[in-house]
Design a protein around this ligand. Sequence first.
Ligand code: ADP
Length: 447
Amino acid sequence: MFSRVLIANRGEIALRIIRACRELGIECVCVYSKADADAPYLRLADAAICIGPGPASESYLNIPRIIAAAEVANCDAIHPGYGFLAENAHFAEVCRDCKIEFIGPSPEAMSALGDKINCKRMAKKVGVPVFGGSEGAIDDEQKAVEIADKVGYPVIIKAAAGGGGRGMRVCHNEVALRASIRQASQEAQAAFGNGAVFIEKFLEKARHVEVQCLGDKHGNAIHLYERDCSTQRRHQKLIEEAPGPNIDPKRREALCASAAKLIKAANYSGAATVEFLMDDKQNFYMLEVNTRVQVEHPVTECITGVDIVRTGIRVAAGEELPYRQKDIAIRGHAIECRINAEDWERGFAPSAGKIDVWEPPGGPGVRLDTHVVPGYRVPTNYDSMIAKLIVYADTRAEAIRRTDRALKEFRVGPIKTTIGLQREMMNNSAFQKGGIDIHFLERLLKR
Ligand code: ADP
């Protein structure tokens, strides 16, 4: 096992990793930017090293500074968390060159799955369903039109290196497609340093269903069942739950088995999520693979009893997965609300500042993953998420009632948060029924 892990991240996920390290008896070192100098979780680490000013490019994204910190602090591994450098294969490679274990997949597995075109190709090869569309990158207008004619409009143009909902364009007809293809490629080049784009069938009414997987360095791979993350705004998830509501057990088995098959084929070690869209007949199509721990991992931890962060560290240290597929079963239902510092009633405007009122909920089945304490000042440099409320109960109906109860207890001020919106969702009859599509929330907000 590692003796000292450097945490190359901030906020709630840094704290989540500190907790996992403590439980494994590993020392941990946090890096932080000047904007996070007063963050209370830093006191829980064995050491904390300032790596630069607030802007992420000068701190949490700065590879030389992070590696230097790891070397100075004598760390034998780096945990990247999510976001920042977590899906940067170059960073994983630099870690390897410096003989520091990157807690995550090999740079090879990360690159293979991180490129959406390549990932789709691999999925197709092992029999995982994907949307019809171009076989590889496409730069020719005429060819794009031919493919769109074959799969039928609407189609979506996507960047091979895209992420965070950026670099996508939906085209409803040939005129739009012709007008968009070159521009999409130029934009992808500017945004991601890779101009490769591809097209695929666009599914109008879909659910976002994703499968949590774990692999080790001995060729084992398992799945931990699925999450439904259809409650989104601008491709940003606001509520996630596990298992997916109203999913036919046979479809579930097929979905989850295909995700595990892809992870195994990629020789993947660590935590990964295979994302799918599901249509109203519960056909599923793979979108992409996220090669890291995800924000919403706790709902899966609740229903399976597997500590995903701890297991990720153990397999990075070379241990075999402590579970076989047959050991994994779903028990109960879990819901996560991402509490963001945003004024959802005014266009989700950021609401940074000092948190004077902080009265978090508690009681049975309530878990709160947060780095916030009373008096905490939300920095403006980073993501607006300040807490994740995770609620667990025997059934989905009970989980919804319990989430509503916990949200009602949760008092935060004077900054604005998304709590009110999440309460509305818990009391929404379509949400309660289960199986809403990814545009449901945006339609609701327009009313
Ligand atoms: P990113 O890496 O930017 O998150 P994804 O490929 O995961 O990109 O897609 C993000 C979102 O875009 C999906 O959750 C879905 O809402 C929409 N989307 C992507 N591909 C399709 C498609 N073929 N049909 C319908 N919606 C899509």
